[in-house]
Ligand binder design. Structure first.
Ligand code: NAP
Length: 287
């Protein structure tokens, strides 16, 4: 008779993120009590994509919940690159703004990469600049992209050993797959990055001690692709609250797994808040 495998440990991002927020609340109160201005995150929303508007609203509420302010900047769908860059420059030079978030995606006429790279690295709370990516890749100090930072924080919180482990990252987007791969490499994982042209993906995924699902396709990573005891970090968030990994099937083999919702998602916002508070603390120290 074969023994039934134990259920995997659910990595509860909601609870970990709530703890981080409580700690941040204290740090924000300390800053304000010390005579410093209330930290401000400027959020720039261009156009009228309803999903983006919802994300910005959620981030604004999250700011309020820890005592920081969100300065909402809304620009029309017809905004040009020059107009957006000018708005970002205004935020860069405003001493009251500590973090800047440009909601992705922007309308197609805008050079999004140029816009991201116009954000001052000191205020890049969302971790989207090319410079920040480069610095993170070399293990230097910068604000990392928030979802990758949340994934690493969750792995650390659950004390998942990383050194020497084979991490397979499925997805290579600039905000998720690439930066998380670099961060795992910096932590001495052996990293494989997969994408839409990867051949025999199931076989590649089967080598992963850690599998990061960052594809944008519901239930894409199959249970029979993963190895026994793999750690499944599902960054996916698809309509109907479905992740990029088939949760039920992967749970039968995984040792740790993030649920969707309540896994990686809440960590992303917690990291954005943490970076904004760090930026405000740095600004306070340099006064
Ligand atoms: P993205 O920019 O669309 O990138 C998707 C990646 O998946 C691309 O690199 C693509 O490869 C790869 N891919 C697509 N089809 C594939 C296939 N059949 N086989 C292997 N790779 C394939 O998406 P993203 O922005 O990184 O987001 C990924 C997921 O994370 C989505 O579900 C999104 O909703 C979620 N997300 C969650 C948060 C959060 O806060 N929790 C934040 C951001 C994103 P190519 O490069 O070859 O096209």
């Amino acid at each position: 008779m074969t023994e039934k495998k134990e259920d995997p440990i659910l990595m509860d991002g909601k609870t970990v993120a709530a703890q981080i927020r409580e700690e941040l609340k204290v740090r924000v109160a300390r800053l304000i009590d010390g005579g410093n201005p209330t930290p401000i995150l400027a959020t720039i929303l261009v156009g009228d994509d309803p999903a983006s508007a919802t994300y910005v609203k959620m981030k604004g509420k999250a700011c309020e919940s820890i005592g920081i302010e969100s300065q909402k900047i809304e620009m029309p769908e017809s905004t040009t690159t020059v107009e957006l860059l000018s708005k970002i420059e205004d935020c860069n030079s405003d001493p009251n703004v500590h973090g800047i978030l440009l909601q992705h995606p922007v309308p197609s006429q805008i050079d999004e990469r140029l816009a991201f790279d116009t954000i001052s690295p000191e205020k890049d709370a969302d971790g989207v600049t090319t410079l920040g990516f480069g610095r993170i890749s070399f293990g230097q100090s910068a604000y990392p992209c928030c979802t990758p930072a949340g994934i690493l924080r969750l792995l650390d919180d659950y004390q998942v050993p990383l050194e020497g482990k084979h991490a397979v990252v499925v997805g290579r987007s600039p905000i998720l797959g690439r930066p998380v791969a670099m961060m795992l490499l910096h932590r001495n994982c052996t990293v494989t990055i997969c994408h839409s042209r990867t051949q025999d993906l199931p076989s590649v995924v089967s080598y992963g001690d850690i599998v990061v699902a960052a594809v944008g396709r519901p239930n894409f990573i199959q249970g029979d692709w993963i190895k026994e005891g793999a750690v499944i970090m599902d960054a996916g968030y698809n309509p109907g609250n479905v992740g990029d990994a088939d949760f039920d099937a992967c749970s039968k083999k995984a040792s740790y797994i993030t649920p969707v919702p309540g896994g990686v998602g809440p960590m992303t916002i917690a990291m954005l808040l943490e970076h904004t508070v760090q930026a405000a603390e740095k600004a306070a120290r340099s006064q």
